[in-house]
Design a protein around this ligand. Structure first.
Ligand code: NAD
Ligand code: WQD
Length: 337
């Protein structure tokens, strides 16, 4: 039996493929590479010493998706494939709703057709928007503030409705906080297109000399040093969370939501200082205006995942920075050599 990993060539997907293969699972990857490169999967093979089929198929191509189910005995699906750039989703809502929603609908329809009913979904802390209280628990009201976050809320609802209609389905909705870092080998990591939107890839690109300086988006937040606080989680911890979620959906039915974070908040300045400590490379920065839509503070209460999945994050901030740096230093242009 095989685990289908959609979006497996992407940042979190590739790390999860490594964890799944090392745990002894057979996998098949579906990815049309709108935001990734096939080379990441070559590196996954290299790290694990294991081979697996890759389907260069768009989720919007139903026949292509069906082919994957015809050619493999799929036992469960881990669904990473989505577009994820918040700013772009505001500019191109139709593209985001079409890709993320229609892609998921087609995937679930094909699963239904082939009697596959175990599903692990990549949701996001984006579903919470800017909450007033922290830590954030799974039962807090959902308040996404951009089309990207809306797609995650809508897909969560669709998956819950599927479970209600057919109690043989089993779905884990995983709300990731801020994934950072890379596999300790430095062979796979985050490879954003163009100028990074997210803090840690921006910092590593400043460190490697590709960008001049970091812009800190506001130092007048009601936080101890005035900069925004987030829950950064090492991508390998996150990947391990998928292994636990997979075990969960194999043993139970129904839909369950889990925050995947560390439960600890760090400010932008904390990240800069930790990165400088981990690497010895200074990060020049200037403070600019707040970025619209940013919350002051966001971090998870991850206790539900610990209690029900038996999972918790283990890696510290310093390791996240060191691993992100090893990847960036060894691959200054990402997967393009
Ligand atoms: P990513 O862009 O690196 O990976 C997504 C993968 O899906 C890419 O390889 C992309 O090429 C592929 N893809 C997109 N649309 C597709 C389609 N229609 N058909 C086939 N393949 C398609 O992003 P990531 O950071 O690895 O994120 C993975 C998942 O986790 C996404 O669903 C994202 O929304 C979610 N998530 C990410 C973060 C984060 O900060 N990285 C946080 C929370 C949630
Ligand atoms: C972190 C902190 C910024 C860049 C985003 C998505 C969210 C989820 C995770 C997908 C904030 C500050 C950033 C920079 C800065 N993705 N910052 N200068 O916004 O918490 O979450 O990624 O699901 O949906 O919104 O992450 O890394 O962009 O920002 O000062 O150049 O760093 O203001 O305080 P965010 P981020």
């Amino acid at each position: 039996m095989t685990i289908l990993v959609t979006g497996g060539a992407g940042y979190i997907g590739s790390h999860t493929c490594v964890v799944l293969l090392n745990a002894g699972y057979d996998i098949a990857v579906l990815d049309s590479f709108p935001n990734s490169k096939p080379k990441s999967l070559q590196r996954v093979r290299e790290i694990t010493g294991k081979d697996f089929p890759v389907y260069a198929v768009d989720l919007l191509d139903r026949q292509g998706v069906e082919q994957v189910f015809v050619e493999n005995q799929i036992e469960a699906v881990i669904h990473f494939a989505a577009l994820k750039a918040v700013g772009e989703s505001v500019a191109k809502p139709l593209t985001y709703y079409h890709n993320n929603l229609t892609g998921t609908l087609i995937l679930c329809q094909v699963m239904q057709q082939y009697n596959v009913r175990r599903f692990v979904f990549s949701s996001s802390a984006a579903v919470y928007g800017a909450q007033e209280r922290v830590p954030i628990t799974e039962d807090m009201p959902l308040a996404p503030i951009n089309p990207y976050g809306q797609t995650k809320v809508m897909i969560e609802q669709i998956l819950q409705d599927i479970c209600t209609a057919d109690p043989s389905w089993s779905v884990a909705l995983l709300r990731y906080f801020n994934p950072v870092g890379a596999h300790p080998s430095g062979r796979i990591g985050e490879d954003p297109n163009g100028i990074p939107n997210n803090l840690v890839p921006y910092v590593t690109q400043v460190a490697v000399g590709k960008l001049k300086e970091l812009r800190i988006f506001g130092d007048d937040y009601p936080t101890p040093d005035g900069t925004g606080i987030r829950d950064y989680i090492h991508v390998m911890d996150l990947a391990n969370g998928h292994l636990k979620a997979l075990e969960w959906v194999k043993e139970r039915t129904g839909a369950e939501t889990f925050n995947l974070g560390t439960g600890e908040g760090y400010s932008v300045l904390d990240i800069i200082h930790a990165f400088e400590r981990a690497t010895g490379v200074p990060i020049p920065y200037q403070v600019v205006a707040r970025r619209p839509g940013d919350a002051a503070v966001s971090y998870a209460d991850p206790s539900k995942a610990k209690k029900l999945l038996g999972w918790q994050a283990e890696k510290q901030l310093i390791e996240m920075c060191a691993d992100a740096w090893r990847w960036q230093q060894n691959n200054p242009n990402g997967y393009i050599e």
